[in-house]
Design a protein around this ligand. Structure first.
Ligand SMILES: Cc1cc2nc3c(=O)[nH]c(=O)nc-3n(C[C@H](O)[C@H](O)[C@H](O)COP(=O)(O)OP(=O)(O)OC[C@H]3O[C@@H](n4cnc5c(N)ncnc54)[C@H](O)[C@@H]3O)c2cc1C
Length: 467
């Protein structure tokens, strides 16, 4: 992507002229890692120095593993907690997010209700909303500076069909306890200037944060509280009573696998511009802390970073290309979305375009087998920053034997059945299902454009959006 590019802004959008320039290839490194390194790169922590013992060993220093270690120490500061990371903390999905943290889609509650009843679904939603508050609370209490700002998720309709669907989704979200507000075009304009906006919805339980700053801050807090965090140390086997790594064996009665595994769920892609000047922001009108989404079934999300970049992200069924970590089609779509946001005539240089395969579903999946002492938490899908916090708190409760509301949430598994590893056939089936959902979402958007009504297809084939 050398030089400047121009493209139409899409059917029916007439007014906006797209101009962007990447001035050569944008970096496929996550923006957040680069920003965190700007003040000086952080040297890797030492690997494990041969065999050792611990009370609990946590495998994986993504947000799920780090939150688990944090809440274990909060429950019992005397615990000897060791976190083992194969790369550096935050090297996985946790350091490569689109920059928001939220309670995830309310639509998932209906699925929980079908299996566990309405009360369980409402409790699950409440726990996920609480996790958003908790992340901010811990960051403030522990003085972790991670550019946190909470402005809510603004989803904007640009067709009557989208508006009707968003209103219906807001009604359904309220039934699960969410505060989803319906907005007219003027209300939308006070939060973001979106050409052609007819109205939208605002859900308050979502904000923006710098994930690598959060990861590094949590590592500092953990080590200050006496935990050991080792990097460059790969766990090769979790057995009852011991974790074998490539640097030595850790004997521990309790072990947690927080390695970001889970059902394949396609990929997420993100793109960041250079910092934009104040006059461009005045024209874009996107309030700090507000996460903006379009009203399609495959929404692009956009937010303003603390250093005034536009950061856009979307989900696709395709995994990012192994070499560049990017899917060119996804990057093109992100650039088109950028065109809708930028005022006519503005050129914004794209500095970063990154992507990562996504694992896990719309709600956390975790469990503990007291027989083996092994607990696990799968990657927590699209909204893993807040859901990882909830998973960490829940695992700490399970491991310290404190039975409470969190350990009774519907996604908690206990006993020897705790997460059998997915077979190759299951993994393929999961991937196929994710691809089918994404294909259905595209069809549903097309159906809405043609009929002008909310798509029926979306409900039939499960093209659940991610709002
Ligand atoms: C591009 C992208 C954008 C996203 N945007 C958002 C967003 O904006 N907001 C949001 O809430 N969620 C977002 N998500 C989802 C979120 O990032 C994940 O759900 C969450 O970070 C998962 O955290 P985790 O700790 O479970 O997994 P990870 O972050 O993947 O952590 C697992 C860690 O385990 C380590 N590990 C793996 N195997 C071993 C081993 N054998 N030994 C030792 N260590 C091991 C890995 O190196 C890694 O550091 C996004 C995901 C992607 C890919």
């Amino acid at each position: 992507m050398d030089g400047a590019h121009e493209a139409g802004a899409g059917p029916g959008d007439g007014a906006v002229v797209l101009r962007w320039s990447s001035d050569g290839e944008p970096s496929s490194r996550s923006l957040w890692a680069d920003l965190a390194d700007a003040a000086g790169p952080r040297p890797a922590r030492d690997p494990l120095d041969g065999d050792t013992t611990a009370d609990v060993v946590v495998v994986g220093a993504g947000l799920t593993g780090l939150w688990t270690a944090y809440y274990l120490l909060e429950a019992d500061p005397a615990l000897d907690v060791l976190v083992v990371e194969q790369d550096v903390a935050g090297a996985g999905a946790s350091g490569r997010t689109g920059g928001w943290y939220g309670a995830g889609p309310a639509a998932a509650a209906a699925r929980i209700a079908a299996e566990h009843g309405a009360d369980a679904a409402r409790a699950a939603r409440a726990a996920l909303r609480d996790a958003v508050v908790e992340v901010g609370g811990v960051a403030a209490a522990e003085q972790v500076d991670c550019d946190l700002a909470v402005g809510g998720l603004l989803t904007v309709a640009r067709t009557p069909a989208q508006l009707a669907r968003l209103v219906a989704e807001a009604e359904s979200a309220r039934a699960w306890g969410d505060e989803a507000e319906e907005l007219d075009a003027d209300d939308v304009g006070t939060l973001a200037r979106v050409p052609g906006a007819l109205g939208g919805t605002l859900v308050p339980d979502i904000g923006r944060l710098q994930p690598v700053a959060l990861v590094r801050g949590l590592v500092d807090v953990l080590t200050a509280h006496g935990a050991r965090v080792v990097e460059g140390t790969r766990a090769v086997r979790l057995s009852p009573g011991a974790v074998v790594t490539d640097q030595g064996t850790v004997r521990a009665p309790l072990a947690v696998r927080a390695t970001g595994d889970g059902a394949p769920a396609g990929a997420r892609h993100a793109l960041a511009t250079e910092p934009l000047p104040a006059d461009v922001w005045a024209a874009v009108g996107l309030r700090r802390g507000v996460v903006l989404a379009d009203g399609t079934h495959r929404p692009v999300r956009a937010l303003r970073s603390a250093d005034d970049r536009l950061v856009l992200s979307l989900r696709t069924a395709r995994r990012p290309a192994a070499v560049s970590g990017r899917d060119p089609a996804a990057v093109r779509r992100l650039h088109r979305a950028l065109a809708h946001l930028l005022p006519d005539g503005v050129t914004a240089r794209t500095t970063h375009a990154w992507g990562v395969a996504l694992a896990g579903g719309p709600v956390p999946a975790l469990g503990f087998d007291p027989g083996t002492g092994i607990a696990w938490a799968d990657a927590t899908g699209d909204d893993g920053v807040a859901a990882g916090n909830l998973a960490g708190r829940t695992l700490a409760d399970l491991l310290t034997g404190s039975d409470g509301p969190l350990t009774r949430l519907p996604w908690v598994t206990r006993g020897a059945t705790a997460r059998p590893r997915a077979s190759a056939a299951h993994r393929l089936a999961d991937r196929a299902a994710a691809a089918a959902r994404a294909g259905a979402a595209a069809l549903a958007d097309r159906e809405e454009r043609v009929t002008g009504r909310p798509s029926r297809l979306a409900g039939v084939v499960g093209a659940a959006g991610e709002r």
